[in-house]
Design a protein around this ligand. Structure first.
Ligand code: GDP
Ligand code: MG
Length: 240
């Protein structure tokens, strides 16, 4: 998979997010909280692989997050690698009240690294912080693992929603933008009227434009004013 075909930029930017970790750590509930802002005690245990999507705004761009929930059952595990390979965001979930679920994280982490070669945002999540008095894994332990692996760390409660806004908006989506800035730049160019798929010559011309933009760190093309400038440039022969 190359950078350029990793997302369909013609319509809307799309990124895949997958949840891994031991059973009952709250993966499905985190997905439900993030996608629908709901918590459902009866939320069904995942059978196989569930799929939902959520639209978010990152740096002024509409972005669709495709959410893949995995089941811990051994018989479904063979399905998971394909989805992991195609995901740009991998969430490793443990339950702060269950030490065993935290002890499994290194194994989940190395399993994912074994099959993942492309760039992705990795996130360690300690769930169920509403059960503070049953806590068995300290914040420090979680943070230490994440720091060692150089990945994002956050503690949340899928039940109350605590920790979600900061983790997703300030950390996960910020890093997603940094890692996939090229996609955002391409999309911005499309939004201001460039057609990146006209024909080969045109295509190269536009690609050069993108490279010029990307190559010049002083120019930000994500912000609205720049879009206006681009629009003006395209109308350069009228009214000047
Ligand atoms: P999964 O197997 O990892 O998908 O876990 P589930 O999302 O099915 O959740 C397992 C159990 O933990 C369910 O009974 C949930 O109601 C419960 N649960 C999930 N998140 C939380 C949370 O943040 N706080 C509390 N107290 N319970 C939670
Ligand atoms: Mg589940």
């Amino acid at each position: 998979m190359t950078d350029e075909d990793s997302v369909n930029v013609d319509e809307v930017l799309k990124y895949k997010m997958i949840f891994v970790g031991d059973q009952s750590t709250g993966k499905s509930c985190i997905l439900n909280r993030f996608a629908n802002n709901q918590f459902d005690e009866q939320y069904q245990a995942t059978i196989g692989l569930d799929f939902q999507s959520k639209n978010v705004i990152i740096k002024d761009q509409d972005v669709r997050i495709l959410l893949y929930d995995t089941a811990g059952q051994e018989k479904f595990r063979s399905l998971i690698p394909m989805y992991i390979r195609e995901s740009q965001i991998v969430l490793f979930v443990y339950d702060i009240t269950r030490k065993d679920s935290f002890n499994s994280i290194p194994k989940w982490f190395s399993d994912v690294l074994d099959i993942k070669s492309n760039e992705a945002v990795f996130v360690l999540i300690g769930n169920k912080i509403d059960l503070e008095n049953e806590r068995k894994v300290s914040f420090k332990e979680g943070k230490q693992f994440a720091d060692e692996k150089n990945i994002i760390f956050g503690e949340v409660s899928a039940k109350t929603g605590d920790g979600f806004e900061d983790l997703f908006n300030n950390h996960i989506f910020e890093l997603l933008y940094v890692k996939f800035k090229k996609d955002f730049d391409r999309k911005n160019l499309i939004d201001v009227g460039y057609d990146l798929n006209v024909n080969e010559d045109e295509d190269n011309k536009y690609k050069n434009n993108i490279n010029n933009y990307a190559g010049n760190n002083n120019i930000k093309i994500g912000i609205k004013d720049e879009k206006k400038i681009e629009k003006k440039k395209k109308k350069c022969c009228k009214g000047y």
